[in-house]
Design a protein around this ligand. Sequence first.
Ligand code: GDP
Length: 541
Amino acid sequence: MAREFPLDKTRNIGIIAHIDAGKTTTTERILFYTKKIHRIGEVHEGAATMDWMPQEQERGITITSAATTCFWQDHRINIIDTPGHVDFTAEVERSLRVLDGGVVVFDSVAGVEPQSETVWRQANKYNVPRICFVNKMDRIGADFWRTVDMIKERLGAVAVPIQIPIGSESNFKGFIDLIEQQAIVFVDDLGTKSEHTAIPAELEEQFREYRDALIERVAETDEELTLKYLEGEEISPDELRTALRTATISNTLVPVLCGTSLKNKGVQAMLDAVVAFLPSPLDIERPTGTNPDTGEEISRDVADEAPLSALVFKIVSDPYVGRLSYLRVYSGTLTKSASVENTTKGKTERVGRLLRMHANHREDIDEIRAGDICAAVGLRNTFTGDTLSDAQNPIVLESIVFPEPVISIAIEPKTRSDQEKMGIALGKLAEEDPTFRVETDQESGQTVISGMGELHLEVLQDRLFREFKVEANVGRPQVKYRETITKQAQAQGKHVRQTGGSGQYGDVWLRVEPNERGKGVDFVNAIVGGVVPREYIKPVE
Ligand code: GDP
């Protein structure tokens, strides 16, 4: 069967943003313009939504990393949801591992915010090509140019505007497309109608300046264009786009666009840019891994007929179908009801149904091919980061690296008889989330849960109640961090303090006390509900 969407017309992207920059609104508008939802506002009403967990709607944050499929200009775009809150950076990490490109959304008033810096660095680590969308151009205090400068200075990116805004705040009308050299002005509230107008006289000078800057920048990346540019020849929009694409994919530069998702301006042009500049699965490095039998490093062709290799990047317990494993196929074809090898665990697994997730429905599919993303039902022993492979040609793909949890709390059920139920529920939650740990403290017998931050643990506690009907009390673990240190340090009676981590504790003092065994001292964490990992602790000078 022929491919519905050739590989070069596939995009796996993430919408990456600081919390509140407008990721949800932008995603919703994307789904609206790609006709996946029919009415703006559906997402917030929770009918058709990426943020489908109740906690997310209540707290206005995004926790799940669901993937949803939509179509634009003959391209299939899989949007891998990427949360914006610092407690969920592990979720960002797994999304970045499987996506090919990112749209980074900024608030044009706030510019580059601390969390934008964190995600930007993570995206650098995975070499993810990006485009920037400077959102909220309608807000009072909106400043496109300041945001562009911040992207350059704070993030160290070669940020190249490919649009310049026409007006700002309540007067934001549209933008000048520097590639096509035309002004686009929106004429209806839904942004579905726009007019191409002459470049406004007052922007003529700015337009020339930035178009020249764009051409100069792009020409630098391409020898032929450099020559043309030096000889003063006209460079066509297509030539510019091709060179911009190459430069974006090689992470030489980052195109910058503007708009306001809330007021429906600029999102369609941003989708055009996703298709034009972000990589297809063919443009990224070949998937690599090791042969589990020989330990030899191997790679695969991104092709349907190559041996299967797929990476599981998220496990979700779904109320309708049970355990769902989101996966990205890197090479080969995975068919429903097939037997596959989980090479990470050394186990054979049977795939049940394969589901493609759309914003408004789930589609049962018979097979999924190289470069695509779907959710599989029926994998029992597969976890986040595991590879599914052709049994005859085994490969273990490079996995996902998760940070260690940074805080811990003790948890006990309100009703004693719920103890076992709570244990099972916490086990299930830990299965879904590799940064969530459940342990029993050997000495106190308490159940201690650890995660990436207070909000992370609160959300899990909330799920415990909603999904498993276990009400629990939480409190400080009796001993939150314990490490036997040397006699010498004991003699010096040192206090220690947290020196790293996410910085949420600031200067936290830990008491050092002799332990019962008389062999050394224990660090007793003096902060409420916190465990500080060893590497963040250092004796105070
Ligand atoms: P997220 O946390 O990044 O998902 O951000 P949301 O999409 O939930 O947006 C956060 C807030 O900003 C909401 O109140 C939105 O209505 C608002 N917002 C989003 N986009 C725009 C925009 O373009 N202009 C204005 N003025 N507000 C916006």
